[in-house]
Structure formats: structure tokens, C-alpha cells
Write a protein that binds this ligand. Structure first.
Ligand code: GDP
Ligand code: IMO
Ligand code: MG
Length: 423
């Protein structure tokens, strides 16, 4: 078995990009399997921070193949910008980046529809990144979408025009005020399509079958997090793809029987961008401190991330759904200097204690039950071995492992590659 999965277990931004980059050398191929430019995966190399939206996080290793799988949705305008931003990084994109013909295309009116839809929802808006993700997956499952392979087929612009008109009609019917210059958007879009055509666009599932037969090791990189999964997340405040393990099979064409490790990434606390329930959210000074020290601002939209305590109810749920075999705890360095650390171990709902995820968290009647831990004060960002970690952090880690029943194999103590402790 040669495919390992790497997934976020919370509401995204757990630090997936950092760990993919850090462990990439063990693999021959890194493949993104879902999501699109709603993702922002940060990789810090030396003093440079790179944020990837569509490109897999193995791209800084020049001996690796990176695949954008069929389950991903691609905005050619954002893709072009992303590539151009990396022009100083000496990457051979033609060789090291492959794109699935079956990935779906985000067109400008998908983004406009996202905007109009959010506006029409008023205070009930999802808090979308407005990158057109929901509308594009809607067209995919509605069997109206355009795939990357289509842009090479003569007459695809007729398909494009039909889809655009459908979107404009829906936008009209939503009766909200959004302003746009479609002509300008389309000019940029079609220029970016020409840019995109120059890349290696392939039947990536076949490439992956051959690679598996050839004994190559593949890492499947997830975007977003389990609590944003379209089926198992905090619906409707979710994204529009399966962010969980099964999404890797459908989003790459990989058989479940080939999956080996499932690496679950989580922060030592919890964050969430956008709307939706968040039982362990912190509203006091400690939340503000975590946000400041952890620099909790969205890598894609710059929005402030809401911060809260670690929630072991939702984390256990994510571990179960994904079949996580090992964990990586991120950003424990951010918790240094907090006197008392809380961990949510159960909820109360309608006055009753529950320890499993209920049907919905969208209710004011849900509140967290906490266990409390003594914190640590030491700066841990330069620590290289587990034995040097503060005793209270070790106790915290042990408690989490026991509750989740899965070993924590990686302890991340900073954003850089070498700020990673392997156990
Ligand atoms: P992703 O979407 O899961 O890849 O995560 P993001 O890149 O959106 O957000 C994670 C942020 O935390 C980035 O700014 C990373 O550079 C940073 N980061 C990752 N691991 C650590 C860590 O262990 N400690 C600290 N302080 N920052 C980290
Ligand atoms: P990475 O891969 C955190 C959130 C949005 C919003 C909801 C729906 O960097 O972890 P969408 O744009 O998909 O319609 O937004 O999902 N969201 C993310 N939050 N990290 C992400 O990706 C996210 N991608 C989407 O904030 O609440
Ligand atoms: Mg992110």
C-alpha cells in the first residue's frame, strides 16, 4: 500500500501545508484531491512565506511530482497569479506539476454567484471565501460543469456561454445588489485560460495507477478540514467538497485498498474562519492572545480567525470518520504563557451531557464542558527533542492521545521545517 493521506481535522488552517512540505521527501508524488483556491497553505522556508491555493505543497522539492487531482476546482486567474508569484523559486512547472483533465473550471460568474448567494442569505451567510467554490461544485454535481480537458475541445466556448447565462439568470433572480464588469473579468479569464493550456494537463488517475504499480509512494494532501466537510461538517456552514478521507479516493481515483497511513493534523487549540457554530470559542483576553501570538489571520482572505480551546468531541469524530492512524499537533508554541489551559471533553445539550457529535451544533443550547490543565511558560520554538518539552505540555499531549486513541507522531513548535519534532 503506497498512498498516505494528510488531512485537517478541525475547521481548516491546521498547518497542513507546513507538514506536507516537511515530510515530502518521503514521497515521490504529492496530490491535492479536493477544494480549490478557498485553501491557503503556508510554507515557510527561511524568511520567505509562500501561500499556495491550488498547487500542492510539495512544489518546493524539485525531485517531486505534484498533481492537482480531478476533485479540485481550478480558477485559472488565481492559478496564473500563484505561478507567477513563484517565478523566483526555480521550479520546473512543466515537469513537476501535473493537472487532471477532469478537474473542474471556476468561471468568473461562479464567483459572482457566490457573492450574490452570500448577500441574499444576509446574517445567515456561510462566510464563504467567495472564490466560487460552492457554485462550481454545484455545476459539477448538476452535470453542467466545464472540465479542464474541455478547454482543448473546439466549441467549448458555447458551453461556457450557456453556463454563464444560467449564472446571470440566477444572480438576477436573487435580487441583490452586486456590481461587476463582466467584460473585464472575461478578458482576464480567457487570457488565463491560454496560460493554463501551457501546463501538463493529463489523465492523472492513469498516471497515479502507473505510479502505484511502479511502487511509488504518494501523499494525498487535503484542503480545508473535517468540520467543513459537506457531509460530516457543521452543515450548512461548510465547504462544498468531501474534505475527509473518502474524498481522496474520489478526488484522485485512488482505490481505498491502497491507503496506508492517514495523518490527521490539528492545532493545540481551535480556529475557525467564517460563520457557523464553534462551541469552544473564546471571547476573552486569552482568545485575543492566541489570535495575536498565533497570527490567526486567514491566508486566503486575511480575515481574523475565531479562536477557541481544543475541542476533543469534534476531534474524536474527525479521527473516527477519517480512520486517522497518526496525529500531528501544531502550534503548541502559541500556548506558552497561558496559565490554565482548557480542553472541551463533552458538551451539554438541553441540560444533558453528551460526548459524541450531535446531529447539529447549530444550537444555542449546546455548551462545552471543560477539563483544565496547568500551562507552561517556556518558549519552545527552538526545542528539537521531545525530552526537552515542558512537563505540562507532555501531560497535555498524553491526555489528548488517550482521549483520541491515536498516537501523536509530530509536534510542531513553529512555522519552519526544522521546528518539527518527530516521535
Ligand atoms: P493550512 O491551511 O492547514 O496549510 O494552514 P495555514 O497555512 O492556513 O495556517 C497555518 C499557519 O500557522 C501558517 O501561517 C503557518 O506558517 C503557521 N504554522 C504552522 N505550524 C506552526 C507551528 O507549529 N507554530 C506556529 N507558531 N505557526 C505555525
Ligand atoms: P485551508 O485548506 C479555513 C471556510 C470559509 C467558510 C466556509 C465555506 O487553508 O485549510 P467556501 O469558500 O468553501 O465557500 O467557504 O469554509 N473555508 C476555510 N476555512 N481554511 C480553509 O482552507 C478554508 N476553505 C474554506 O471560511 O467558512
Ligand atoms: Mg489555510
Amino acid at each position: 500500500m503506497f498512498v498516505d493521506l494528510l488531512l485537517g481535522l478541525q475547521w481548516g488552517d491546521e498547518g497542513k501545508g507546513k507538514i506536507v512540505d516537511a515530510i515530502s521527501a518521503e514521497y515521490s508524488i504529492i496530490s491535492r484531491f479536493q477544494g480549490g483556491p478557498n485553501a491557503g497553505h503556508t510554507i515557510k522556508i527561511g524568511n520567505n512565506s509562500h501561500v499556495l491555493h491550488t498547487i500542492p505543497s510539495g512544489i518546493f522539492h524539485n525531485n517531486l511530482i505534484n498533481i492537482i487531482g480531478n476533485g479540485v476546482v481550478i480558477d485559472p486567474i488565481i492559478f496564473e497569479k500563484e505561478i507567477l508569484k513563484l517565478s523566483d523559486s526555480n521550479i520546473d512547472f512543466k515537469k513537476n506539476l501535473l493537472i487532471s483533465k477532469k478537474a473542474h473550471l471556476i468561471i468568473p460568474t461562479h464567483c459572482l454567484l457566490d457573492q450574490a448567494s452570500e448577500k441574499s442569505k444576509g446574517i445567515k451567510k456561510i462566510g464563504s471565501t467567495l472564490k466560487g467554490i460552492g457554485p462550481t461544485y454545484m455545476d459539477k454535481t448538476g452535470r453542467n460543469g466545464i472540465r479542464i480537458g474541455d478547454i482543448f475541445i473546439e466549441g467549448w466556448k458555447t458551453q461556457y456561454a450557456k453556463l454563464k447565462n444560467k449564472h446571470l439568470n440566477i444572480i438576477n433572480s436573487l435580487n441583490v445588489d452586486i456590481s461587476f464588469n463582466l467584460k473585464k473579468l472575461e478578458d482576464t479569464f480567457f487570457e488565463s485560460i491560454e496560460f493554463l493550456k501551457k501546463f501538463s494537463i493529463i489523465d492523472s488517475e492513469n498516471f497515479l495507477f502507473d505510479s502505484l504499480r511502479g511502487g511509488k509512494k504518494i501523499l494525498a494532501e487535503g484542503a480545508q478540514g473535517s468540520m467543513l466537510d459537506i457531509d460530516f461538517g457543521t452543515y450548512p456552514y461548510v465547504t462544498s467538497s468531501n474534505t475527509t478521507a473518502a474524498g481522496a479516493c474520489s478526488g484522485l481515483g485512488i482505490p481505498p485498498t491502497k491507503i496506508n497511513k492517514v495523518i490527521g493534523i490539528f492545532k493545540a487549540y481551535t480556529t475557525r474562519v467564517g460563520s457557523g457554530p464553534f462551541p469552544s470559542e473564546i471571547f476573552d483576553d486569552i482568545g485575543e492572545k492566541i489570535s495575536r501570538v498565533g497570527n490567526e489571520f486567514g491566508a486566503t482572505t486575511g480575515r481574523a480567525r475565531r479562536c477557541g480551546w481544543l475541542d476533543l468531541v469534534s476531534l474524536k469524530y474527525a479521527v473516527d470518520i477519517n480512520g486517522v492512524t497518526e496525529l500531528a499537533i501544531m502550534k503548541s508554541d502559541v500556548m506558552s504563557g497561558i496559565n490554565k489551559i482548557k480542553v472541551c471533553t463533552a458538551y451539554t445539550q438541553f441540560g444533558k451531557e453528551i460526548s459524541r457529535m450531535p446531529f447539529s451544533l447549530n444550537s444555542a443550547s449546546i455548551s462545552p464542558i471543560y477539563s483544565e490543565f496547568d500551562g507552561w511558560n517556556e518558549d519552545i520554538t527552538n526545542i528539537k527533542s521531545e525530552s526537552q518539552l515542558p512537563i505540562n505540555l507532555k501531560k497535555y499531549i498524553l491526555f489528548i492521545e488517550k482521549k483520541l486513541g491515536v498516537p501523536i507522531k509530530i509536534i510542531s513548535v513553529g512555522p519552519k521545517r526544522d521546528q518539527t519534532i518527530y516521535r
